[in-house]
Design a protein around this ligand. Structure first.
Ligand code: CP3
Length: 357
């Protein structure tokens, strides 16, 4: 008897989304229009988000499949974006393996006991699917609701996770993190390798539950010089991409302030490289090299400038991206919390209309 008599839920979800504009662009295939989604589209810019989150702490909301499903769907309903992004946070897998941390409103993730010694590292154990049953359950609910709209899973990249763990919270200069990286390369390599395993496991769980693509957020990696990135960070990020390479979903790689790192980020192994707003897409593609799709890159602050300016700047992005093998339109970083949601809806409409073929 065949082991697979009926298609599993994840196969159904991915099959339905397979020909979506978003997944086609990631695979560098022809598209009916340039697909659009926004980093941080699910969140505080939406009044319906603030309403369902009332009185519920951020981490608790990530552990409730009903809430995760509702919040993930809100921007899809409202903006007609081409993909949903799973509502969670990069620190959720760390919390799930017992790291004492919280997400403080207006601050970000705060870690009670920062990791700076070998003994601290020993506290970081491997992630097992049974640590995050709410993730598997929420993705099952979501793929059933989303139909042909793909769901993007995500995780924090080893460097960005290490920065929160070593600093103990958000940091401007990453001085403790860099002190460990430069001062104790062996402990640093072991920390990043451990985080790579946790991140890879978290992405696999999401893909096996039905996510159609994954994004690795290396938000703060732009703080590094290229040689340090290559030596001390890239091996861990590559390990993550390699671990999910055979699972048949596009892998997106994003960081902020990464103009000088784009070539190496391309080499690290993703299928799609995210670009922030500081580099035009035609220059970004020269730096990344052939064989990759690009994602980006409207400055999120442009959305505060009024309709005409938004359209002018969005058109500049589209023009600069005209010759790419694959383009996923996005902002150059996450939606800012005070953004007018209608400006986002109009931007989706604009990109769809201007690129319809
Ligand atoms: O993109 C989405 O819509 C999906 C949800 C998502 C969240 N965080 C929800 C969230 C994603 C993809 C993330 C990733 C994340 N979290 C990153 C990488 C992306 C980036 O912005 O560079 C980082 C660095 C974090 C860590 C983190 N979590 C920060 C810096 C903050 C903001 C703190 C604040 O209040 O200003 C969070 C909290 C967080 N994560 C919120 C949301 C919607 C806000 C919490 C709230 O609404 O109370």
């Amino acid at each position: 008897m065949s082991e697979r008599t009926e298609p599993s839920q994840q196969q159904t979800g991915r099959t339905a989304a397979h020909d979506s504009a978003f997944l086609r662009a990631c695979r560098r295939e022809p598209v009916p229009h340039t697909p659009v989604w926004f980093m941080r589209q699910a969140g505080r810019s939406l009044p319906e988000y603030r309403k369902v989150r009332e009185g519920i702490p951020m981490l608790e909301s990530c552990m409730r499949p009903d809430l995760v499903t509702e919040i993930t769907l809100q921007p899809v309903r409202r903006h007609n974006v081409d993909a949903a992004i799973f509502f969670s946070d990069i620190v959720v897998p760390l919390k799930a393996i017992g790291v004492d941390l919280d997400i403080k409103p207006g601050v970000g993730p705060v870690v009670a006991q920062p990791i700076r010694t070998r003994a601290d590292l020993d506290r970081l154990r491997a992630l097992d699917p049974s640590d995050v049953p709410y993730v598997t359950e929420a993705i099952g609910l979501l793929t059933a609701e989303l139909g042909t709209t793909p769901l993007i899973g995500f995780a924090g990249a080893p460097f960005t996770l290490a920065s929160y763990l070593v600093e103990g919270g958000p940091s401007r200069n990453h001085e403790h993190t860099k002190a460990l990286m430069y001062g104790d390369p062996e402990l640093w390599a072991d920390l990043l390798d451990r985080l790579a395993d946790i991140t890879a496991a978290f992405l696999k769980i999401q893909i096996e539950a039905g996510a159609s693509a994954v994004q690795l957020f290396d938000s703060w990696v732009g703080a590094l010089a290229p040689a340090d990135y290559r030596r001390s960070v890239m091996p861990a990020s590559t390990k993550v991409f390699d671990a999910v390479a055979g699972l048949g979903v596009p892998r997106i790689h994003f960081g902020v302030g990464t103009g000088e790192l784009l070539g190496l980020m391309g080499e690290a192994g993703a299928d799609v490289v995210g670009v922030d707003w500081r580099i035009p897409m035609d220059e970004a593609v020269r730096r990344v090299g052939p064989g990759k799709a690009l994602q980006g890159n409207l400055d999120p602050a442009v959305l505060f400038a009024g309709r005409e300016a938004v359209e002018t700047k969005a058109q500049e992005v589209l023009d600069a991206a005209a010759d790419l093998e694959g383009h996923v339109f996005n902002l150059g970083h996450g939606v800012l919390p005070t953004t007018d949601p209608d400006a986002l809806t109009r931007l989706v409409e604009y990109v769809h209309e201007r690129t319809a073929r």
